[in-house]
Design a protein around this ligand. Structure first.
Ligand SMILES: Nc1ncnc2c1ncn2[C@@H]1O[C@H](COP(=O)(O)OP(=O)(O)OP(=O)(O)O)[C@@H](O)[C@H]1O
Ligand SMILES: [Mg+2]
Length: 1136
């Protein structure tokens, strides 16, 4: 069951200041203190949350707390920042109202922490999912980055935000975060160059030097030692509880999560390093002829390193520190800078560089975290901006003036929105509106921002005015223009009442802010408002090769020279505050007012004066008054009835009707005066806190009565329950005992019965046993007698059966013998009969033969034998000869039938030989003389070449034609033919091999009985005619080529020309013919035919070896001759 609680439960002091009675500053502070001492750091003023900085971590931000406050009504639980965050988030999500959370308070009061708590609460309760978590993470991680660059240790706060920040978090219709936009306000850039005593520069400088790796520092040309840098204050470089190195890692990690590229991080660090280097550049005076001093850079090392880091030409920057170009109406003038001016320029550059870098960071973060979806967003803005700043002894300067102006504006919005809200609620609830008296600070805002005679407008006017402008001239102006203003005070005012006010120095003016009077020193106002950076410097920066640097100084672009002055700092701030205010006005405001309890930054100390000061200038008591102007307390009818229903019998314990009626009955019953409350539509409005507390008091008393009643009933119930329990126990115990006794008795009876039972059973059993034994014996005797009797009977039967069987067997044996005898007798008879029948048949056959022989003997007696013999022999021979008829006439046929009879042995062989000779003769007889000669030649060719030259087999089937050129008939060779003295035996085309290259040239080759002739193929002219007796031998290879060498006899007439190496397709025929002529001629030797694969040929003087080798198929089908060297011709013959 859900327990209804209220803010009013267990309250320490009052949780809502609206209920404070009596209301004054003292009671306000006492209440705050009381709550602070009990660790209650949050207190409400209506819906405004006052937050006291506890300066220690309290266990009130746990996930359990988040769950506790999630989806609960604002006043349901004790005051907490989570209640405000939850209310804002739910109103945004469920009612579609844009929200803004305005967090104000002085430095160190806990604004930044509060803003982070709000953001983390919203992150914890809104939707989840991969994309949503990434967005949340990016939004949360933007904080460490901005804090590193925008926060610094100050006297009041170790992590003081030195810029104002407004962040819009954008949500979709479900309430899931989509992205955000950050705006930054007025970074305190003077801190870059100078820090007050006990304070530090921005964190990033210390973090970089402590946390970066040696390698990074080397790249940035930095040294880890803080003392090397003029811009870093040393006395408070190390802050207790701050680990700069760890923070640096956190920052880098956060930058990565937010989406910075590695190169961008590097660029940013380079610019940070450049600022440090810039601070180390020092100047010395150098006298000029005109008597003025001109500044010069003292030690150029830092300048050089800085230029290297940013890619700036050293001379350009050096010049910018010594000269200043003034441009006016198309004229350019260069003036020198003295040392002070050079330092001023340097610091202005450093400040501008750093503040622009900071703005760039904000823009870059915005780029990363901006919402991707284009749908309508719901927005929750969180404003963490400097609260009112009042320094003692008039140390307030331009910055404080600006800050306080901003707070005036916020206060105005607060008043406007609070009153508007109050009024709206009254209208909504249909309650009569009573006018509320409050102080409207619009008049102070007007004093500062009025466009004609506002302080900011006059400052701008002074800054832009030609002539000498100083802070004093500005104050003079103020003194004349604002003299009459009731919130402006100055010593030199026309208003004489301040003439003698010694608390108001001459160089100061005082403004009565809504939060109190503040004394401003005019020194530096003009300068800070001008915020001058010499153009030479911005141009030098623009010339850098460092792209981020160029981006930061766009006005340095010579192509875009703008002679107009840039807007002043005051003007810019006023404009951005204007935009902010417009933005906030469209949203539902939620206020967190932060207060710091002491300025020692320690826990448990509550300094009344300090808190009082803050309460005063935050206008908190005023807040309560405004809030309480009509009705101090309001509550929905349901919760009011629920809380106070016990005060009236009619409503206790349940009221069945509408809640409003119940409340009416209740209040009437409690006799609350009618002017003390008003009935709204859904809420009851209570005018005075006292009424509420009376109700609370009565409730408490009633609760006590109710408690007593509950106690009484509870005690009665408890005793009765105890008694019933005892009674029940007693019954149980008695039952158990009875059961036990009965069990014992039963056991005894049972065992006695068993004994008796066993005796009786024993006796009975023995009787039966005896009986059974007797019966058994009788049965055994009977069985024995019967067995004997049956035995005798059986033996007798057996004997009878045996005798019977013996008789039967004797009968069958005798029968078998008899049958056997009978069978043998029959067999013998049958055999006898058969023998007799056979003898009769033989005798009959003999007798018949005898009869036949006697009949035919007279016909055969004389010549029948020889005739038969002759006839038989004749028939045999006839058959033999007919068998020989199948033999063919081919002399090559070796077949001959097998001999049929042994007696023909000799005749058969002879006949074969004779037949073969006869058929050969027959075969030869059909040849003509020419054919015979041809066969003779073929025979001779076979003798010469068979099995010696591979070419031979292919020549067998080719007839030897002899005259291949048809020399007789062909008119082309007529002349040649006539030149031949004898008959041409062979005429053919050959190739004569040239010894020089192994190539052949065609020649006609003619052969007669006495010589051979070589003639030109075309002309038929005789080239050589060699008588055959001069031919010694012919050489050929063993292979299938047609090469042959005709070797001449040494010393013969023809030998002078040398041997002939020729090739022919009819080699076999040519050689055979040559050989044949040699064989047939009686007057000369036979020509030698030398068959070998290597032979010598005599060409004129030299002998050349012709060598035949087996070549691959690549040579084609014909043999090719190649000259290898002077002494070797190589013929490659294709492999067969
Ligand atoms: N709710 C809190 N719980 C614990 N410590 C807190 C809380 N709020 C603030 N502090 C402590 O107070 C210090 C200062 O708080 P914070 O930086 O938020 O102040 P600030 O108001 O933002 O100041 P400034 O105006 O200088 O930025 C914190 O560093 C933290 O130590
Ligand atoms: Mg802060």
């Amino acid at each position: 069951m859900e327990v209804k609680t209220s803010l009013l439960d267990n309250m320490i002091g009052v949780g809502d200041m609206v209920l404070l009675e009596p209301l004054n500053e003292d009671s306000f502070i006492v209440n705050l203190r009381n709550r602070f001492d009990h660790n209650e750091i949050y207190t409400y003023i209506g819906s405004v949350v006052i937050s006291m900085n506890p300066y220690r971590s309290l266990p009130i931000y746990t996930p359990q707390k988040v769950e506790e406050y999630r989806n609960r009504n604002f006043y349901e639980l004790s005051p907490h920042i989570y209640a405000l965050a939850d209310e804002a988030y739910r109103s945004l999500r469920d009612q579609d109202k844009d929200q803004c959370i305005l967090i104000t308070g002085e430095s160190g009061a806990g604004k930044t922490e509060a803003s982070k708590l709000v953001m983390s609460y919203v992150a914890a309760v809104c939707g989840k999912g991969q994309e949503v978590n990434k967005v949340k993470e990016q939004l949360l991680q933007s904080n460490p980055v901005l804090e590193a660059f925008g926060n610094a240790k100050t006297m009041r706060n170790d992590n003081s935000s030195r810029f104002g920040k407004y962040m819009d978090i954008e949500f979709d219709f479900k309430g899931d975060p989509l992205g955000g936009v950050i705006s930054n306000y007025l970074l305190e850039k003077s801190r870059v160059c100078k820090q007050p005593r006990g304070e530090r520069n921005f964190h990033i400088f210390y973090q970089l030097l402590s946390g970066a790796s040696d390698d990074t520092l080397m790249k940035l040309k930095l040294d880890r030692d803080f003392s090397k840098y003029n811009y870093l204050s040393l006395d408070s470089a190390n802050v207790n509880g701050l680990d700069d190195a760890a923070s640096f890692r956190t920052v880098r990690n956060a930058m990565q999560i937010v989406g910075f590229m590695e190169a961008e991080v590097q660029s940013v660090l380079e610019l940070v390093a450049a600022v440090l280097k810039l601070g180390n550049i020092e100047f010395k005076p150098e006298s000029r002829v005109n008597g003025f001093d001109e500044s010069r850079v003292k030690d150029k090392n830092d300048l050089k390193e800085m230029c290297e880091l940013l890619g700036i030409e050293q001379s350009v920057l050096e010049r910018a520190f010594s000269y200043r170009t003034v441009e006016a109406k198309m004229e350019k003038m260069s003036t020198t800078l003295n040392v002070a001016q050079a330092y001023y320029a340097r610091d202005a550059l450093a400040k501008n560089l750093y503040s622009r870098l900071f703005s760039w960071l904000v823009t870059r973060i915005n780029e990363s975290i901006k919402a991707q979806a284009k749908t309508r967003h719901k927005v929750m803005g969180v404003l963490d901006i400097y609260g009112f700043e009042i320094f003692e002894e008039g140390d307030n300067s331009f910055e404080q003036f600006i800050i306080n102006y901003c707070n005036e504006k916020l206060q105005q919005i607060f008043i406007e929105l609070t009153l508007r809200e109050e009024q709206e609620e009254y209208i909504r609830e249909d309650i009569e509106w009573t006018n509320i008296e409050y102080f409207n600070n619009a008049i102070i805002c007007d004093l500062i921002e009025n466009n004609q005679n506002g302080i900011l407008a006059m400052l701008d006017e002074e800054c832009l005015r030609p002539g000498t402008v100083t802070d004093d001239t500005f104050l003079d102006k103020l003194n004349t223009i604002c003299a009459e203003h009731q919130h402006f005070e100055s010593r030199l005012n026309k208003n004489s009442k301040f003439l003698t006010d010694h608390s108001l120095p001459h160089s100061c003016f005082r403004i009565q802010h809504y939060a109190g009077k503040v004394l401003y020193r005019v020194e530096g106002f003009v300068d800070k408002n001008n915020d001058l950076l010499y153009r030479d410097l911005s141009q030098a920066m623009y010339k850098a090769t460092h792209s981020l640097m160029r981006q930061l100084f766009p006005e340095g672009n010579p192509a875009k020279v703008n002679l107009k002055r840039p807007p002043t700092a005051g003007f810019q701030f006023k404009a951005s505050v204007g935009v902010l205010m417009k933005n906030l006005q469209t949203k539902n405001p939620n206020y967190i007012r932060c207060i710091k309890p002491n300025d020692k930054k320690v826990a448990h100390i509550f300094t009344d004066s300090l808190v009082c000061h803050q309460v005063r200038y935050l206008g908190l008591v005023e807040n309560v008054r405004v809030r309480r102007a009509g009705y101090a307390f309001r509550q929905p009818y349901e919760s009011c009835l629920e809380r106070y229903k016990m005060l009236c019998k009619k409503t206790w314990p349940h009221w069945r009707g509408p809640a409003r009626d119940g409340v009416e009955v209740l209040l009437t019953d409690c006799s609350v005066p009618t002017e003390e409350f008003a009935y709204g539509r859904s809420k009851i409005f209570i005018r005075n806190p006292r009424t509420l507390f009376t109700l609370e008091e009565r409730r408490r008393a009633c609760l006590e009565d109710l408690a007593t009643l509950i106690q009484k009933i509870y005690r009665g119930w408890k005793s009765r329950t105890h008694f019933l329990l005892l009674k029940k126990s007693q019954v149980v115990v008695a039952a158990w005992y009875r059961r036990y006794a009965q069990q014992n008795k039963y056991q005894k009876i049972k065992s006695a019965t068993l004994v008796m039972q066993s005796f009786v059973r024993g006796w009975k059993a023995r009787n039966i046993l005896r009986q059974l034994k007797y019966e058994k014996r009788c049965k055994e005797a009977v069985t024995t007698i019967a067995a004997y009797w049956h035995g005798t009977q059986a033996r007798m039967e057996l004997r009878r059966l045996k005798t019977e069987a013996r008789n039967k067997r004797a009968v069958s044996v005798i029968w078998a013998y008899w049958q056997g005898t009978k069978a043998r007798r029959e067999l013998r008879r049958l055999k006898e009969e058969a023998r007799r029948k056979h003898a009769v048949a033989i005798i009959w056959a003999y007798w018949l033969g005898l009869q036949v022989r006697r009949e035919y003997r007279k016909f055969f007696r004389a010549n029948a034998g020889k005739k038969i013999y002759d006839f038989t022999i004749q028939r045999i021979m006839q058959k033999y000869f007919l068998g020989l008829k199948t033999t063919t006439m081919s002399p090559m046929d070796n077949t001959w039938p097998a001999k049929p009879y042994g007696f023909l042995e000799g005749a058969h062989t002879q006949l074969r030989r004779i037949f073969h000779l006869w058929r050969c003769k027959k075969y030869r007889g059909q040849f003509t003389e020419e054919k015979k000669a041809v066969y003779e030649e073929k025979l001779e060719a076979s003798e010469i070449f068979k099995d010696k030259k591979a070419l031979y087999p292919s020549s067998v089937s080719q007839p030897f034609k002899g005259d291949y050129l048809e020399i007789q008939k062909n008119p082309k060779y007529q002349k040649l033919n006539s030149a031949m003295e004898e008959k041409v035996l062979l005429a053919d085309l050959v190739n004569k091999i040239n010894r020089a290259n192994g190539k052949g040239s065609p020649r006609l080759f003619l052969l007669t009985k006495s010589n051979f002739v070589l003639a030109d193929q075309k002309t038929g002219q005789v080239k050589a005619s060699v008588p055959l007796p001069d031919l010694a031998s012919v050489s050929v290879s063993t292979q299938s080529d047609g090469f042959f060498a005709l070797k001449l006899k040494e010393g013969s007439a023809s030998a002078s020309k040398g041997d002939f190496l020729l090739s022919s397709e009819h080699l076999i025929e040519i050689i055979t013919k040559l050989h044949r002529i040699g064989t047939t001629a009686a007057d000369r030797d036979q020509i030698n035919i030398d068959i070998s694969d290597e032979f010598l040929v005599q060409f004129k003087q030299d002998k050349v070896c012709v060598k035949f080798i087996q070549g691959g198929p690549k040579n084609g089908n014909s043999a090719a001759c190649k000259r290898k060297n002077n002494r070797l011709l190589e013929v490659s013959v294709p492999s067969p």
